[in-house]
Design a protein around this ligand. Structure first.
Ligand SMILES: Nc1nc2c(ncn2[C@@H]2O[C@H](COP(=O)(O)OP(=O)(O)OP(=O)(O)O)[C@@H](O)[C@H]2O)c(=O)[nH]1
Ligand SMILES: [Mg+2]
Length: 320
């Protein structure tokens, strides 16, 4: 019996480690109770459910208090590349999303887009979007309304839902966590190669050439432009005392320098190169024609790329 791998993703503080702790009954996992982000590395926890061996993969969240989204994406990409090379594919992805935020923040949209690009449309049917923090809501109907809004919007959860993703409320207890894992198992038609894994193979592990990397690059560019505009506007604004203006400008310039540095750093970010021979070996060992065929798709892409000498950076996203 092989392990069923499920990744748990979501922004920092969404409740990923808590979810895994509830599902497994483990009380040795580090849960963050302060403002700082908690989980630093990717780790696995095992459990058995209905006679099936499940491995839950805990991940550090985007919007980390000390690391940039680029750092987190690189960490996830490195893990995805390494596990792909070993033939360990995900059978499900649980995206945890706190529902207690009082409006659809721009940052929530950004991270949602990034998540979509990591998975790719082919993997949407393996996604469960589980909403957390319901007990923090004064009025539950607000939470229901927020879920509906996000489901309706095509460029929020709508696209994923239309392609088979499911949304569910998580009640922060053992039964709820197990129910969600059962939902992943019920959906299952076997493991999936994520878009990001395929793209890392095609692009020698270069993050900036993947859809998620390109999305992050666009977000950073947008951020730099917005800060530039804010600086110009502030300079024109009349009546701000010199000292105050200087401090505000200094802060904005610092933020702009950081975003520009991140932009430049993104082009140097890489996951380890995935060895195509290794993939071929495990794919062959996997036996059955279906799994072999699925496993070799990225290999065909990569070989095709070598043959035509294609420019990976400008490649369109792989559609489902
Ligand atoms: N009310 C409520 N609180 C929760 C829930 N899930 C987690 N928490 C609390 O939220 C805080 C953060 O939880 P974590 O499990 O550490 O969050 P995380 O997603 O692992 O965060 P990082 O490791 O920083 O990425 C802790 O204080 C938890 O007790 C939930 O469903 N409802
Ligand atoms: Mg955590």
């Amino acid at each position: 019996m092989s392990d069923i791998l499920i990744a748990v993703l979501g922004v920092t503080g969404a409740g990923k480690t808590t979810f895994i702790s509830k599902a497994t009954g483990r009380n040795d996992l580090r849960i963050g109770h302060g403002l700082a982000s908690c989980t630093q590395d990717i780790s696995s926890s095992r459990l058995e459910i209905d006679g099936k061996r499940v491995v839950l993969i805990d991940t550090p969240g985007f919007d980390d208090t000390t690391r940039t989204d680029g750092d987190i994406l690189e960490l996830i990409a490195t893990h995805l590349a390494a596990t792909y090379a070993q033939g360990q594919l995900l059978s499900g992805i649980i995206l945890l999303q706190p529902i207690n935020g009082n409006r659809v923040q721009g940052s929530e949209r950004k991270r949602n887009r990034l998540f979509e690009k990591v998975c790719g449309p082919k993997a949407f049917s393996k996604v469960i979007i589980a909403t957390t923090m319901w007990s923090d809501l004064g009025n539950e109907s607000i939470g229901t309304q927020r879920v509906e809004e996000r489901r309706r919007e095509a460029d929020f959860w709508g696209g994923m839902v239309a392609n088979g993703a499911t949304t569910v409320r998580h009640d922060n207890n053992y039964e709820s966590a197990r129910k969600i894992i059962r939902m992943v198992l019920a959906k299952n038609s076997g493991p999936v190669v994520l878009q990001m894994q395929q793209e890392l193979v095609q692009n020698d592990g270069r993050l900036a050439a993947t859809s998620a990397g390109r999305q992050l690059g666009l977000d950073l560019r947008e951020q730099v432009e917005a800060l530039k505009a804010e600086i110009e506007e502030l300079k024109r604004y009349p009546g701000i005392p010199d000292q105050e203006l200087r401090l505000e400008l200094q802060e904005l310039r610092q933020k702009m320098a950081e975003a520009s540095y991140e932009q430049e750093k993104l082009s140097r970010r890489r996951s380890p190169k995935i060895n195509l021979d290794t993939i071929q070996q495990w794919a062959t060992a996997a036996g059955g024609m279906a799994s072999l065929g699925a496993a070799l798709i990225p290999l065909y892409y990569a070989l095709f790329d070598i043959m035509i000498g294609g420019d990976c950076d400008t490649r369109h996203e792989i559609q489902g």
